[in-house]
Design a protein around this ligand. Sequence first.
Ligand code: HEM
Length: 345
Amino acid sequence: MSTTESTGTCPVMNFNHYQEMPFGEKIDLYDGLRDEAPVIRNEFANGHYIVTRYDDILSVYQEPETFSNQAVTVFNPNPTYRWIPEMLDGDEHLQWRRQLGPHFSPKAVERLEDKVRSRAVSLIEDIAKRGSCDFMQDFAFQYPSFIFLELMGLPFEDLDQFMEWEHDILHFSGTAEETAKRREDATNGVNAYFAKIIEQRRIEPKDDLVTKALSFQIDGKPVNDEDLGAFCLLMFMAGLDTVSATLGTIYYHLALHQDDRQRLVDNPELIPTAIEEFVRPNNHIGFGAGPHRCLGSHLARRELKIAMEEWHRVIPNYRLAEGSAPTEAGAQLGPSGNVILEWDV
Ligand code: HEM
């Protein structure tokens, strides 16, 4: 990567970039940056470089000795917290990944198949009767949240609370101060919630990921409560919004491109290939690369596959409702609201 020969500047990516905007504008901005230069210097938020092209991004992912994961957001270059395993480097990271790996393997995901499918079916059958839905609120945010609750052994009654925290941490749109305050309050809420769950699981173990993590060891010692909490928080952030945003992108596209939708309805065996294309064309790095490559990629693919199979079986014909103007807010790429779908009942 030649940082000196071709470095652009980026006057547009600033705090407003994280505010609510019409869906699609962010991707246009990133496309523009890619065309402008392979490396962009942005002075916003303490100053940082943005690597814009596939080969260079891949090199960065694959050079963890040079590019540490200790800081993962431009808003905070010297964090006093760590999201686990995302913000760990080296051997400590490797030890976490070795112990987490079996719980996210294709076999482990296979064991969740029935539960994931029945959750998708019950949500979709309920929505189908209505003839229209607010896709992000009624399906895309709820479905991965249910699966997260299942994985972590948490009660389904807490769904609304989790969705509220998710919104405040990842999608709140307001002034810089309001946004920071909402994010901090919600993060504290998630941390306090998990501190209680960890305490409960120590007394009464369950068949869930929190209980399994209690037996993890790093450097021969049990993981402490602070790190267990940091792991739970990261699971919450990594596993929910990513799947919701991908679902939003998929259904927005299919609602507007009836040929593609019909092809998947007629040939459901094409769904896995379509998912790879939606996450990005093969060979893609939509799930990252190198040591931090997405731990949940098998689960994510399975969630998306089941959602698409069941939705198109029950609601094969749908369109974007007139006046539906999808929005995007926060750091996650993909619609965050106002994807209104309708169909004949
Ligand atoms: C379409 C859905 C998803 C996408 C596009 C996605 C994407 C990514 C990417 C790009 C990374 C790498 C971040 C980095 O290098 O710093 C990552 C890491 C991670 N993802 Fe995913 N993800 C998805 C779903 C999930 C799900 C469902 C889970 C778990 C339930 C999950 C758990 C994780 C974890 C734990 C990490 C951190 C891995 C580490 O640091 O070693 N992800 N994901």
